[in-house]
Design a protein around this ligand. Structure first.
Ligand code: 4AD
Ligand code: MG
Length: 444
């Protein structure tokens, strides 16, 4: 037994924690891992700012304190190299996030090549390098808020006893006008398109599930280049049986309120990084939204010096003018029938208008939600589809919803990126989604 040597290798016992957690700890030994966000080198010190998904932190390598191997490896480090670090953390108000780690041990997991993104690069360059730009503090903050928003939408619907339901992305009908349809080659068949909305495939399902929702991509061949349109966007949609127009508007308001409340609860840090004033969002949680008719909207616009003839749709300019008057989203209802989709319910008292609603965001962020009570009269739907030049045969499945136990119902769709753009105060909707798709941008 005396000759038995027990070899105990140097086991790394420290558990990696996230930067945010390390800062919460505030003192003592910590082990973190992440990517080099900034680096500054001198003869005696190397400062590395390390980034992980939780935050950034300054670390310092002192030549006199570490062994030569560590110093030499640190000297070769470029931005975005991946590293593991062990050291002692302490408060330091000169450091960017108020703490600094003095490094005892450093392991470079991968030496990055020179990172193509540095300061002051054009939007085009950043878009071409979107896969790398996702690592920016701006995009990280937006993507975290996006995650809160998605979670909050599911939470809202599920806590209100909605079933999550899925509709096809390949569809044989239009719902929001033929001009924005994306045709897809489908084994030689014509008339197959990417989904503009789930709606015509959702209405049949309310007879089974009554209250349903989804979050899925929608596709619109919007040719115009605007700061609010994507060709692929995420669409939060709901459809409810036995619902009247007011029920639909109530859900729209409650959904927006819930989502904004969740962001204010969870993402103050991210809003700060984005330099977004949370005060701009607070009225939405606290105040009841105004509901105005299209006619009232025209009057308000006229007072603002914008006169449009009755029957014309509100364009971006008019929506923006209107949004100047409110610090919460405003619900505009009862639009002229001729500017709205074929499925919207005609008003009993005034057949020139339909029970459609648009929620217009404050601060010029445009339409967040479009919804309506659905027309129950099959003949009226057929009439309007014919006016749009549609082949009624394609809509047979949809028209069946009005044949077998039809009930009052309605629903809406919310553009998730529209909502996010407003919440985050973005200049362009493109930044609200990791890989934006627009007429000119489909790669990477
Ligand atoms: O108003 P829209 O066209 O309504 C519908 O699609 C209905 N079928 C929804 C329903 O009732 N189930 O679109 C709904 C929302 C708009 O209010 C807007 O926020 C967003 O979708 N949206 C877009 N977002 C980004 N890029 C685009 N090109 C968008 N087009 C519409
Ligand atoms: Mg709309």
């Amino acid at each position: 037994m005396s000759n038995l040597f027990i070899f105990i290798p140097q086991i790394k016992t420290m558990k990696f924690i996230q930067i945010q957690e390390a800062m919460k700890k505030g003192s003592g030994k910590v082990a973190i891992r992440g990517w080099v966000y900034r680096e500054r080198k001198s003869n005696q010190f190397i400062f590395l700012i390390i980034r992980d998904s939780s935050n950034i932190i300054q670390t310092v390598i002192k030549k006199e304190k570490v062994n030569e191997k560590i110093w030499v490896s640190a000297e070769k480090i470029l931005i975005e190299s991946s590293v593991e670090i062990e050291g002692t953390i302490k408060e330091d108000n000169r450091a960017p996030t108020g703490y600094e780690i003095e490094v005892d041990d450093l392991k470079v997991i991968h030496y990055s090549e020179p990172f193509p993104i540095n300061k002051d690069q054009s939007t085009e360059f950043l878009a071409d390098n979107r896969h790398l730009w996702l690592r920016s503090r701006k995009m990280i903050a937006i993507m975290k808020i996006r995650s809160t928003v998605f979670g909050a939408i599911h939470e809202y619907f599920r806590s209100n006893n909605f079933y999550e339901y899925q509709s096809p992305m390949f569809q044989s009908v239009q719902c929001e006008g033929g001009s924005t349809l994306f045709p897809v080659p489908y084994f030689g068949n014509k008339g197959v398109f990417l989904a503009q909305t789930w709606q015509l495939y959702a209405e049949p399902a309310i007879f089974a599930l009554e209250k349903i929702y989804t979050m899925a991509p929608s596709f619109r061949a919007e040719k115009s280049k605007t700061s609010r349109h994507l060709t692929e966007y995420w669409h939060a949609e709901m459809e409810v049986a036995w619902a009247n127009f007011e029920d639909i508007i109530d859900h729209g308001e409650a959904l927006i309120k819930h989502v904004v409340k969740k962001v204010l609860e969870n993402n103050q840090g991210e809003l700060k990084i984005l330099e977004r004033d949370p005060k701009k969002l607070e009225p939405t949680v606290k105040k009841k939204f105004q509901r105005i008719t299209y006619d009232e909207a025209l009057k308000l616009l006229e007072k603002q010096g914008v006169k449009i003839p009755w029957g014309k749709d509100l364009r971006t300019v008019e929506e923006d003018k209107l949004s100047d008057l409110f610090d919460t989203p405003v619900a505009v209802i009862n639009y002229p029938k001729k500017v709205k989709a074929f499925y919207m319910k005609e008003d009993d008292k005034n057949p020139k208008v339909v029970h459609g609603v648009d929620f217009i965001a404050p601060e010029h962020y445009g339409e967040l939600i479009g919804g309506s009570e659905r027309e129950s009269d099959e003949k009226k739907i057929i009439q309007r589809l014919k006016e749009e030049g549609e082949n009624i045969d394609e809509y047979k499945f949809y028209l069946d919803t009005r044949k077998y136990g039809s009930v009052p119902h309605g629903g809406f769709g919310m553009g998730v990126e529209r909502l996010l753009s407003w919440i985050c105060g973005l200049d362009n909707i493109k930044d609200s989604i990791p890989f934006p798709r627009t007429p000119l941008r489909f790669r990477p």
